[in-house]
Ligand binder design. Structure first.
Ligand code: ATP
Ligand code: MG
Length: 229
């Protein structure tokens, strides 16, 4: 039996006003993501992958078309309502880590938990999440005191600490050397597996895309690769 759809778009478009004209980035995007499903999106630089991820994650709103996240239509929601919809359910991992430089590894991972609650378990849960990614000995390091691979592992701990239903990753290994990228990839897939998280990942790495259950290619429109479902 097919599992529940947690994210669904229908003829989604995104255009952005520029000084002289409207720039159309995405046209007619149709996509469905089921609970626990992993999806890879590839496409050339500038094809709109990050823009699409921002829409799918309800960080941004479409120009037209429908996007339903956890059953709620996103297009008509305010910024606060979209934040509320994401809270505790969505995790992000970016190419450039996006850690807060003035917070330690532990404090970075505590942050998403603190948005949900302020009870005593926050520190303990964040510590466990960092241990899970192999950084139990680096809790009090600041991002500048960590290697790129370690920073990305902190970002992964931060994304998974809330046990999200849905994780978005935008070229998570793009800034890492091959060996480190491979370690981060293993970690990401093992957490996705352990937590039953649905994954929507943008990548330039065909090997990474092949590990996902579905592979789409974006070039203005989104086309599923490798035949029908
Ligand atoms: N706020 C904006 N205003 C104007 N143009 C934008 C804006 N955001 C994105 N674009 C343009 O939209 C296109 C898609 O950008 P996007 O960042 O989504 O591409 P991408 O596929 O993620 O590329 P990359 O692989 O290099 O990360 C680009 O041509 C970009 O210049
Ligand atoms: Mg991008």
């Amino acid at each position: 039996m097919m599992k529940n759809i947690i994210l669904e778009t229908n003829t989604l478009t995104k255009s952005i006003p520029t000084s002289d004209k409207m720039l159309t980035i995405l046209t007619g995007i149709d996509l469905a993501v089921h609970a626990g499903e992993s999806i890879a999106i590839t496409g050339t630089s500038g094809s709109g992958k990050s823009t699409l991820l921002g829409l799918l994650a309800a960080l941004d709103t479409p120009t037209s078309g429908s996007i339903k996240l956890f059953g709620t239509e996103v297009g008509t929601l305010s910024e606060d309502q979209r934040a509320q919809l994401r809270l505790g359910k969505i995790g992000f991992v970016f190419q450039s880590f996006h850690l807060l430089d003035n917070l330690t590894a532990l404090e970075n991972v505590m942050l998403p938990l603190e948005l949900q609650s302020n009870d005593a378990s926050v520190r303990e849960r964040a510590t466990k999440a960092l241990q899970r990614v192999g950084l139990g000995e680096r809790l009090n390091h600041f991002p500048t005191q960590l290697s790129g691979g370690e920073q990305q592992r902190v970002a992964i701990a931060r994304a998974f600490v809330i046990e999200p239903q849905l994780l978005f990753a935008d070229e998570p290994t793009g800034n890492l050397d091959r060996a480190t990228g491979h370690e981060v990839e293993e970690l990401l897939f093992s957490l996705v597996h352990d937590q039953g998280t649905a994954l929507v990942m943008v990548t330039h790495d065909e090997g990474l895309a092949a590990r996902c259950q579905a592979h789409y290619h974006l070039d203005g429109v989104l086309v599923r690769q490798g035949g029908s479902v």
